[in-house]
Design a protein around this ligand. Structure first.
Ligand SMILES: Nc1ncnc2c1ncn2[C@@H]1O[C@H](COP(=O)(O)OP(=O)(O)OP(=O)(O)O)[C@@H](O)[C@H]1O
Ligand SMILES: [Mg+2]
Length: 235
């Protein structure tokens, strides 16, 4: 289904009637919403309500069976695998509950990877990696392996990696779900600050009201459907 109405320029992401079925069971049913450039949206709802599935569809790692997802006016469903991979590499950053750092690369090398994949030259890469690690306050751990880092440090490195190539949209699935409350609060503050500083929009899947509170808006899913939407007072 392809909409004929043009996407307004400030709309970064536009989801319309998104559906996803697994083995005959509908886990997303007619999900529609818009996200403006720089906006932060919390996706909440009970376990199994389809939050991760929706995030995966937004990030182009899963494909909806119906509906449309447009990023900057480009309908993801019209792209082939290589084109989707390019969108992911250039425009999106992702962070996860379990950090997903590459274990055989140091902290600095993990952050450098997206820059390398995007063809940034080595002088500029070194400069950007240093700057990012400074910004997330882990430059003293630049040469450490992921296994030598604390959970909070790993998530800081993961955030630096997700933002290294200056994506327009950051997708985060329970990014504080594996941290204690103090580290979780620090990570949330960092995400809010970095989103404000860089203008990167954020879709944040979370069970926690404290995490949702860094967002401008909250979308509630239940059984794969949007059952509520409310404005939050994030700044
Ligand atoms: N690859 C898959 N194959 C079959 N069913 C799946 C698959 N991925 C997810 N599901 C099912 O789809 C439903 C939605 O799953 P999803 O992971 O999106 O939920 P969620 O809202 O992220 O839950 P949680 O809060 O527990 O992470 C669940 O019932 C899940 O079992
Ligand atoms: Mg999930």
């Amino acid at each position: 289904m392809k909409s004929t109405t043009p996407t307004p320029p400030s709309t970064l992401l536009r989801a319309r009637q998104v559906g996803r079925t697994y083995a005959g069971r509908a886990v997303l049913r007619g999900v529609s919403f818009d996200l403006k450039a720089g906006e932060r949206l919390a996706l909440v709802g009970p376990s199994g309500s389809g939050k991760t599935t929706l995030l995966n569809c937004l990030g182009g790692v899963d494909r909806p069976d119906s509906g449309s997802i447009e990023l900057n006016g480009v309908a993801l469903e019209t792209l082939n695998g290589d084109q989707l991979a390019e969108v992911r590499r250039r425009r999106l950053g992702t962070i996860f509950q379990f950090f997903h750092l590459l274990p055989t690369l140091t902290a600095a090398e993990n952050v450098e990877l997206p820059l390398q994949l995007n063809g940034v030259n080595s002088t500029e890469r070194v400069r950007r990696v240093q700057q990012l690690l400074d910004r997330v306050q882990v430059s003293h751990r630049a040469d450490a392996w992921p296994a030598q880092l604390s959970g909070g440090e790993m998530q800081r490195v993961a955030i630096a990696r997700a933002l290294a190539h200056q994506p327009e949209l950051l997708l985060a699935d329970e990014p504080t779900g594996n941290l204690d409350s103090k580290n979780g609060a620090n990570i949330l503050r960092l995400l809010r600050e970095l989103s404000n500083e860089t203008g990167t929009a954020l879709v944040l899947v979370t069970h926690s009201p404290e995490a949702a509170a860094i967002c401008h808006r909250e979308l509630e899913l239940r059984d794969g459907e949007v059952v509520g939407e409310r404005l939050l007072s994030a700044s």
